[in-house]
Design a protein around this ligand. Structure first.
Ligand code: SER
Ligand code: ZN
Length: 514
């Protein structure tokens, strides 16, 4: 999807010339033909001569207006990749109407149909670049806007209508159709947009956050699967409480929806207030599921929920920073499972994943840094390196800073960058400044590919009573670079040696007496 001939380079990053402050979307939903009306409030934030460039793919333009007036043909350019609007005032509203075809969307990016035309439901997947298949928009994570979304659909076929944020109004739309409106007060990048419409069953649970907000947690699935969602509902509640207690992060909307589908390209997706899951990671049949299945649901449900802060409230400036949200969220997920299930089991599994998936990836032709310097298609970068190695870097930082220091650093990061699109440098700076340390050498971990090798040689000189430990770090020949900071835990087991000597003597004595 969206493969470009010319690679995108981190070094070419430029802030957007235009911001979008508010978005109003109105969907007339239908699997064959959906009409999307979008009104973007745009504000110039850069070069006065820069036209407004909106990404858009596989969209059929029905109408285009600027400040409620139709545009002359030479005031804009439309092509297969998007829409460019010239000579705009410094602030304007851009209104477009587009036709899209969800049932024909087999890429499962943008708006699509899960299941058959008669009994299926409509849903979206926008990370990384799916929103451009829904409407024209600056489809980049550093454009954060407030969304108001209205959904209209056939009441019989699509009784449940969901979008990000809080439901604010609903009603009858005539001709057998109904509508519902949602407002998401938190500015977000468009990759976190989501909607769901269909015949879904629900189970729910009330939750009161540590800040006193009354939240309803709702899990939705089709009728044949809803009975298998009880465990997931429990896990969400556990995750919400854990993130409050361990990291001081509370949920921030009145409702938290989770939806299960069989048709999904990723494991799950952290859309703001409306997480969507591949059924495989949400359903657990109490009669059949193993302990491992239950732990997997716990981990993935936790992962998506934790993104609400590490990913959503603080997002990525560009897709090169993907590990900023994924490495950190995998780390948070690991800690969650370790605290509420088994630390030992989870660690064994994580090290096994590193050895079996990430080390080979890093030693082979697909080796890339946790923060790559360029890509042709960002979809190819959802890798063990970005996720698992990224999480290990965060784990090393947490080791170096200690539990309280890491918490202090993360608090600083969330407070400083709340509502912003951040970089790995921002993350290291916040962690470092909150602890009076310079963590900039850690950037090498993000920029250099390959697995370093550490060798240790210990020597004890009994005469002088001195112990010397020599550590050597070797970077892979294929990926040379700067030395990497590596925390090493060290313990001298003098007492154990003494116990061992005593045991050995006792053993010898017992042998001679037999
Ligand atoms: N953002 C998604 C996740 O990792 C993509 O899989 O949770
Ligand atoms: Zn994730």
């Amino acid at each position: 999807m969206s493969a470009t001939a010319t690679p995108v380079r981190l070094g070419d990053y430029r802030p957007p010339d235009w911001r979008v402050t508010d978005v109003e979307l109105i969907f007339d939903l239908d699997p064959a033909e959906t009409i999307v009306e979008a009104c973007l409030r745009v504000v110039r934030d850069g070069d006065a001569s820069a036209p407004l460039q909106l990404d858009g793919e596989q969209l059929e333009l029905l109408s285009l207006q600027v400040d409620d007036r139709p545009l002359e043909a030479d005031a804009y350019r439309l092509d297969a990749r998007g829409l460019t609007v010239f000579d705009l005032p410094p602030a304007a509203s851009i209104r477009t109407r587009a036709r899209i075809r969800p049932a024909a969307n087999t890429a499962l990016q943008g708006l699509y149909l899960s299941g058959g035309a008669a009994d299926g439901f409509l849903l979206t997947q926008c990370e990384a670049e799916g929103f451009r298949r829904i409407t024209w928009f600056p489809d980049r994570p550093d454009v954060l806007a407030r969304y108001t979304v209205t959904l209209r659909a056939d009441r019989e076929r699509y009784p449940v209508l969901l979008a990000n944020g809080n439901a604010v109004a609903a009603g009858d739309a005539g001709a057998g159709r109904h509508w519902a409106r949602f407002v998401d007060p938190h500015p977000k990048p468009c990759y976190l947009f989501a909607l769901v419409a269909g015949r879904l069953e629900r189970i729910e649970k009330p939750f009161v956050t540590a800040e006193g907000r009354a939240v309803t947690i709702v899990v939705h699935a089709q009728a044949d699967a809803i009975a298998q969602c009880r465990w997931a509902l429990e896990c969400i509640q556990t995750a919400m409480r854990w993130d409050e207690q361990r990291f001081g992060r509370c949920y921030d909307l009145d409702v938290f929806h989770v939806v299960a589908t069989h048709d999904f390209t990723m494991g799950a997706m952290e859309n703001k207030g409306l997480n969507i899951f591949n059924s495989k990671y949400l359903l657990a049949d109490v009669d059949e599921a193993t302990d491992e299945d239950f732990r997997h649901v716990l981990a993935v449900v936790g992962h998506e929920y934790f993104h609400n802060w590490s990913g959503n409230r603080v997002t990525c400036r560009d897709w090169f920073q993907l590990s900023l949200k994924e490495g950190l969220t995998v780390y948070r997920e690991q800690e969650f499972e370790s605290d509420v299930a088994s630390r030992t089991l989870r660690r064994i599994e994580d090290v096994r994943t590193l050895w079996r998936a990430q080390f080979p990836e890093d030693a082979g032709p697909l080796s890339h840094p946790v923060r790559p310097a360029q890509y042709s298609a960002i979809d190819n970068f959802y890798t063990a390196t970005v996720y698992e190695k990224g999480a290990e870097i965060v784990r090393m930082l947490a080791t170096v800073l200690g539990r309280d220091g890491f918490r202090r650093g993360l608090d600083r990061y969330f407070e400083r960058h709340d509502g912003q699109a951040a970089t790995i440098e921002d993350f290291l700076a916040a962690l470092g400044e909150a602890n009076g340390r310079d963590l900039s050498p850690w950037l090498a971990w993000y920029e250099q590919a390959g697995t370093p090798e550490l060798s240790a040689e210990g020597r004890y000189d009994a005469a002088s009573g001195r112990y010397a430990l020599t550590l050597r770090q070797r970077l892979p020949q294929a990926a040379p670079g700067r030395p990497l900071p590596i925390p090493v835990a060290l313990a001298l087991f003098d007492a154990v040696a003494a116990v061992w000597r005593r045991e050995r003597k006792a053993l010898r004595r017992s042998r001679t007496t037999v």
